[in-house]
Design a protein around this ligand. Structure first.
Ligand code: ZN
Length: 199
């Protein structure tokens, strides 16, 4: 309990008086809720891995709401030619951090979001079963915004407090759990910035 309290104090310090916290309903208090139907039950109720991704729709175009539409199966086919290639997919993530640091949650953490696909971590397949997915608005080769790192740090600390099995060595990227298929969050993501601010 003592350790938990001290960690809570750290979280509060980092967010400058605004406490990022996971509620009993497994939603994050600082996230805008955008419920996605693309989820199901976790087979073992385990949450022990965090997967960082990137996404932008259309690719490398920022500041719109197409990702929210996509994760809620409401993408307008006629809005961009690229959308016809992906509109049939049923995918989601738990969280989405936009370029300005605004935060959206699509699926409560106790449920299984559909972000990783065919994947393997530490010899275990189907990472969606036991992971939380966080999408950053971006692409593999354009630097992420400072506001995104700041919010990501706050979010990760709150998640580690709520789900202690997500230790620092269990924070990874989509490119590492699906190496021949995915490349995100890419070389533009600075893991040292994240881990330095977490430590
Ligand atoms: Zn991804």
């Amino acid at each position: 309990m003592q350790q938990s309290q001290s960690k809570q104090a750290v979280v509060q310090a980092v967010v400058n008086g605004f406490e990022a916290a996971v509620g009993p309903d497994h939603w994050l208090n600082i996230a805008r809720r955008c419920p996605s139907p693309n989820h199901n039950e976790r087979p073992e109720n385990e949450i022990s891995l965090l997967v960082v991704h990137n996404i932008s729709l259309p690719p490398k175009q920022y500041g719109d709401a197409f990702v929210e539409d996509f994760f809620c199966n409401q993408l307008a086919l006629d809005a961009h030619p690229y959308f016809a290639e992906i509109a049939h997919l049923q995918v989601s993530s738990h969280l989405y951090i936009k370029r300005d640091g605004s935060l959206v949650q699509f699926v409560p953490f106790n449920l299984r979001a559909w972000h990783a696909g065919v994947s393997c971590y530490g010899g275990r397949y189907n990472c969606n079963d036991f992971s939380i997915g966080i999408e950053l608005e971006g692409c593999d080769d354009e630097a992420y915004e400072a506001a995104q790192y700041k919010v990501l740090t706050q979010v990760v600390m709150a998640l580690q407090l709520a789900y202690p099995a997500i230790t620092a060595d269990r924070i990874t990227g989509h490119e590492f759990i699906a190496p021949h298929r995915k490349t995100d969050p890419g070389s533009a993501f600075d893991w040292q910035v994240l881990f330095a601010s977490l430590s």
